[in-house]
Write a protein that binds this ligand. Structure first.
Ligand SMILES: [Fe+2]
Length: 278
């Protein structure tokens, strides 16, 4: 299992380089559309380590087709230059009846299926490569339908899931959806996210993926218990942290991941695909 870190804040650039230099991470995940203002070759030089691409604001499920095609063209330039380990996007809504949402909204997994499937086909074609779609930290009963939605989507489009383990734990805590329901999705995909979550201070005190805490014991025991289906030769696990940025706390969590997946960074770096992924 390769362990990575999701780079989202300018002020953490040096910290990410240090984590790579000290062997805490094997690669860095970039929110790639944050870098449209930079030439791809320049970005490749700035992050002299393997990368994964996470697309933030394509809004590929709802976006205007011409705007999406333009967005895709820009991302392809970065893909060609940097050859990321994976390219992923969000399985979520960014708008509701034409109004932009402040927080991403959950899809209606039954009603929206055909529309999402068609857009995944289109977006993969525009990007010229396989896409990995991230699951949502469900708040309501959609959490029960999400695993089957992803199974169908992967089967019908050839896309993968970017399975966020702690998002599934949020869904479990919020709506009771069992973690075991994700087994087929986990077994079928090599790319994962994980982070800490928080309980909202206001009623009904939902659990949300705040990315500002260390991983919970529930998340860690989920990873331990399902390690045999998470771990694969080409697997990646990206640790996300956007709040309470504190080096020692992040490194402690990265070490917990390494302990679970029992690998050493030196072993990973000696593998040919990591060495040539720059
Ligand atoms: Fe995530």
């Amino acid at each position: 299992m390769r362990i990575g870190f999701n780079f989202t804040l300018v002020e953490t650039a040096d910290m990410v380089r240090r984590m790579f230099a000290e062997g805490h991470i094997d690669y860095c995940e970039l929110l790639i559309d944050n870098f449209f203002c930079v030439r791809p070759a320049e970005l490749a030089r700035a992050f002299d380590c393997p990368t994964g691409f996470h697309i933030m604001f394509s809004e590929f499920i709802d976006a205007d087709i011409d705007a999406l095609a333009d967005f895709g063209k820009r991302i392809r330039l970065f893909i060609q230059e940097m050859r990321p380990l994976y390219v992923s996007d969000h399985g979520a809504s960014f708008t509701h009846q034409g109004v932009n949402l402040f927080h991403l909204g959950e899809l209606d997994y039954v009603r929206d299926y055909d529309r999402v499937r068609a857009r995944v086909d289109l977006w993969q074609e525009m990007l010229g490569q396989r896409l990995f779609i991230e699951n949502y930290p469900s708040i309501m009963d959609g959490g029960w339908e999400a695993p089957r939605f992803f199974e169908r989507l992967m089967h019908d489009t050839g896309a993968g899931a970017l399975f966020d383990a702690s998002n599934a734990v949020c869904a479990n805590l919020n709506c009771g959806a069992p973690l075991e329901a994700w087994d087929k999705v986990i077994a079928a995909t090599p790319h994962f996210h994980v982070a800490g979550y928080s309980r909202a201070v206001n009623p009904p005190h939902i659990i949300h993926d705040s990315h500002s805490e260390e991983m919970s014991e529930k998340t860690l025991s989920f990873l331990r218990g399902r390690r045999h289906i998470f771990d694969k030769p080409d697997a990646t696990m990206t640790y996300e942290r956007d709040g309470n940025i504190e080096y020692d706390s992040i490194v402690a969590d990265l070490r917990r991941l390494r302990e679970i997946f029992n690998n050493k960074v030196e072993e990973r770096r000696n593998e040919p695909d990591i060495a040539s992924a720059h």
